[in-house]
Write a protein that binds this ligand. Structure first.
Ligand code: ADP
Length: 285
């Protein structure tokens, strides 16, 4: 444990191992076999009926993982944990890791497993301290080794794989805008992809910000054409195999986005069997 903690501290000196969830993740990073759970004083894994959902959202850059995951989190009442947001937060904090991270992110490369796991562990520890239960993970796991580490410590109930034609992904990333005041995500791209080889065409209207956000819009520094292309290439090489990892475990739900939010959101709720969630919840109350 001490060796692993040292390893993580070296990779990310600003972070410390402070909770059972964090310790469990760190220790699974060790090359030695995962020690028994009670060695870390970890809480027992909860029965799914005694906790909220533990889901993962997979999908290429620009597919809309953040948009749909955060909407679902609001609906179900679980935290949305996006590792990309954790990385950007660390970057903005100008801590000891930020210059190293900015170079990696702005080249479209993946941050090392050690750093990403330490950021995620810290986030889980903070959630544990606040008695959070359940989550939707967005952007993690992104490599087979991250998926293996996660599998050793946390039960994932379901993995949603969002899919969109590649042509739309680049346009969506380039059209992405964020309000630097409220943090809202918008998109100025108007997408119209022709149907091909039996697959249907698809159009997506821009998602424009309200007037008060208009002058505060910023673009992510990694949403340039060259960097998005590199992120897509890395996704196909490093993250696609994660789909198969979960498919072979019977946990993968494939979801082809039929269009923008108005078309896709109700269909996604149907696919997740949540279309009458609000009604069921108020009936149960
Ligand atoms: P994307 O739009 O490419 O899905 P994200 O917002 O999820 O972008 O992530 C932004 C960047 O943060 C990634 O390009 C990568 O550098 C880093 N990152 C996020 N999650 C991970 C992860 N699980 N493993 C490694 N790097 C990550």
């Amino acid at each position: 444990m001490a060796a692993v903690t040292r390893l993580v501290k070296r990779a990310s000196p600003s972070l410390s191992v402070s909770s059972t969830a964090a310790r469990r993740l760190f220790c699974s990073e060790s090359s030695s076999p995962a020690p028994p759970q009670d060695h870390f004083h970890a809480p027992q894994r909860k029965d799914p009926k005694d906790r909220n959902v533990q889901w993962v959202f997979l999908g290429c850059p620009g597919v809309g993982k953040g948009t749909y995951a955060s909407r679902l989190c609001n609906l179900i009442g679980v935290p949305h944990i996006a590792t990309g947001d954790l990385v950007r937060h660390e970057l903005a904090s100008k801590g000891p890791l930020s210059s190293q991270l900015s170079e990696i992110v702005n080249q479209g490369k993946l941050v090392s497993d050690e750093i990403i796991i330490s950021l995620l562990s810290k986030r889980l520890a903070d959630g544990e301290a606040k008695d959070e239960t359940g989550f939707i993970l967005d952007g993690f796991p992104r490599t087979i080794s991250q998926a293996e580490i996660l599998e050793r410590v946390i039960d994932i109930d379901l993995v949603v794989n969002l899919k969109l034609q590649e042509e739309a992904l680049l346009a969506k990333c380039l059209g992405r805008r964020i309000c630097n005041q409220c943090g809202g995500n918008f998109n100025v791209a108007s997408i119209d992809v022709k149907g091909e080889n039996g697959s249907p065409g698809m159009s997506m209207a821009p998602l424009l910000p309200p007037a008060h956000c208009m002058s505060k819009l910023i673009t992510r520094s990694d949403d340039t054409e060259a960097v998005v292309k590199e992120r897509l290439r890395i996704y196909n090489e490093m993250s696609k195999p994660v789909e198969e990892f979960y498919r072979s475990r019977g946990k993968l739900l494939e979801f082809n986005l039929p269009g923008g939010i108005p078309e896709s959101w109700p269909k996604l709720l149907q696919a997740l069997n949540l279309d009458d969630y609000e009604e069921k919840r108020s009936a149960a109350a």
